[in-house]
Design a protein around this ligand. Structure first.
Ligand SMILES: Nc1ncnc2c1ncn2[C@@H]1O[C@H](COP(=O)(O)OP(=O)(O)OP(=O)(O)O)[C@@H](O)[C@H]1O
Ligand SMILES: [Mg+2]
Length: 412
């Protein structure tokens, strides 16, 4: 299943571009589902049709859905919620507040991601188009599986080796203790959600199938936000394959008092094309009215894609590579707009941490690198190279051996 995720600053045209892309894909014969993860849905306004929390047929090969995060949350998390609510209420927290306290920020949207895995497994769609909330929310959402997966191993081990084995014997000890033991189904739910999240991360960062497209306007704030988004998306391993600049005023027509605005847009457009190269930049004009309904969306899709297939990889270069040359092993990360001074790199065990501002990527290193410290990272063009010298490994093994020999000699 091809996955196309559209993101960008608030109001730039994400929903319109998503809806149009989905229309085009369906015309080309792909069984397409367009899914809105934005809690403030507007997909139904774009199609001018009522949509629900389950896929609604729009036309042949096209379904759309506005996920209801609360329904999905309830279905996946109810047993966990019941357990925590019981504990909170015993501490004197009132029912509604206790209910609210069991939901972490961002969690509602998280469950809409679980659907991606479900639809992929079902195999009933060839293409999935994700219409997302404005950048900040979406980055948080897309990074969640990554962020959580780190804690996941620990939590799963606690569940597997401590909570599960102890829950039965403990619950027999006294009612007081039993009260605090999570029921089997709550433990299962947590396990299940963590397993699913791991799967979602793999699906979304599968650079052969899943890409992100950035929608923006030719305005300073929109460009800045998109540059940051691209850096973080790359950091998390998402492949961005296209940039779409929307709402451009027609340079051939006289726009009266908007003439000044037009030249500003053209200046920014030049900066975008230069800065975001080699990503292809689609230029989309400002229409005389809103883009609503299938006819308008068909026209918009034609302006975006011409005769090309929207499911094509518009640019194909995975943002994270592992390269070995002789004894030097490099983790290479494409970080287009990152400022080197904002980057922190460290290794713990077999995990490489790369942090930019408050966003962090954790990369599991191959076993041969365990215990090695990275050398000095350098930027080559837009790529950050983090080297590991395997000689250091041999060196430290040799030192260990020598120490052993020394120690043995000493003890003799
Ligand atoms: N090129 C365009 N010409 C004219 N109107 C447009 C164009 N692109 C988008 N619009 C209109 O602008 C409004 C906002 O667009 P849209 O909902 O697609 O943006 P969005 O990025 O999804 O917004 P939000 O961040 O609120 O989700 C809609 O009414 C849409 O029809
Ligand atoms: Mg929208």
């Amino acid at each position: 299943m091809r996955i196309l995720t559209f993101t960008g600053k608030g109001g730039v045209g994400k929903t319109s571009v998503s809806a149009a892309t989905a229309v085009r894909l369906s015309e080309m014969g792909y069984r397409t589902l367009v899914l809105s993860t934005d809690p403030a849905h507007s997909l139904s306004d774009s199609y001018n049709l009522p949509l629900g929390a389950e896929p609604t047929r729009i036309r042949e090969n096209l379904h759309a859905i506005e996920v209801n995060p609360y329904v999905d949350l309830k279905n996946n998390w109810q047993s966990v919620q019941k357990y925590y609510t019981r504990i909170f209420m015993a501490q004197g927290v009132s029912g509604v507040v206790a209910d609210e306290m069991t939901i972490l920020p961002g969690m509602e949207e998280l469950f809409s991601l679980l659907r991606i895995k479900r639809y992929k497994a079902a195999g009933s769609y060839d293409a999935l188009v994700l219409d997302t909330a404005p950048t900040g929310e979406t980055l948080r959402l897309l990074s969640l599986p990554d962020t959580l997966s780190w804690g996941m191993k620990a939590v799963k081990n606690v569940t597997k080796y401590i909570v599960r084995p102890l829950s039965k014997p403990l619950s027999k000890m006294s009612d007081k203790i039993a009260f605090y033991i999570p029921p089997e189904e709550a433990i299962d739910s947590v396990d299940h959600v963590f397993d699913e999240l791991e799967g979602i991360r793999e699906i979304l960062t599968d650079t052969k199938k899943s890409t992100v497209r950035l929608v923006m306007n030719a305005e300073k704030m929109s460009i800045k936000e998109t540059m940051r988004a691209l850096t973080y998306l790359n950091l998390y391993g998402f492949q961005v394959d296209m940039v779409l600049v929307n709402r451009l005023l027609d340079t051939k027509e006289n726009s009266g008092y908007l003439e000044k605005w037009k030249s500003i847009q053209q200046k920014y457009l030049g900066e975008i094309e230069e800065g975001f190269a080699p990503l292809p930049v689609a230029k989309l004009r400002m229409y005389e009215k809103e883009i609503v309904g299938l006819k308008a969306l068909e026209r918009f899709a034609h302006d975006i894609y011409g005769d090309t297939d929207p499911s094509d990889m518009m640019y194909d270069e995975p943002p994270i590579k592992f390269v070995r040359q002789g004894d030097i092993y490099e983790v290479q990360m494409k970080l287009m707009f990152a400022n080197p001074v904002d980057i922190d790199i460290w290794v713990t065990g077999d995990e490489l941490f790369v942090q930019i501002g408050n966003q962090r990527k954790i990369i599991t290193l191959p076993i041969s690198l365990t215990g090695l410290e990275p050398g000095d990272a350098v930027f080559k063009g837009k790529w950050l190279h983090i080297p590991f010298d395997l000689n250091n490994h041999k060196q430290s093994l040799l030192e260990k051996e020598n120490n052993k020999v020394l120690n043995n000699n000493y003890s003799d």
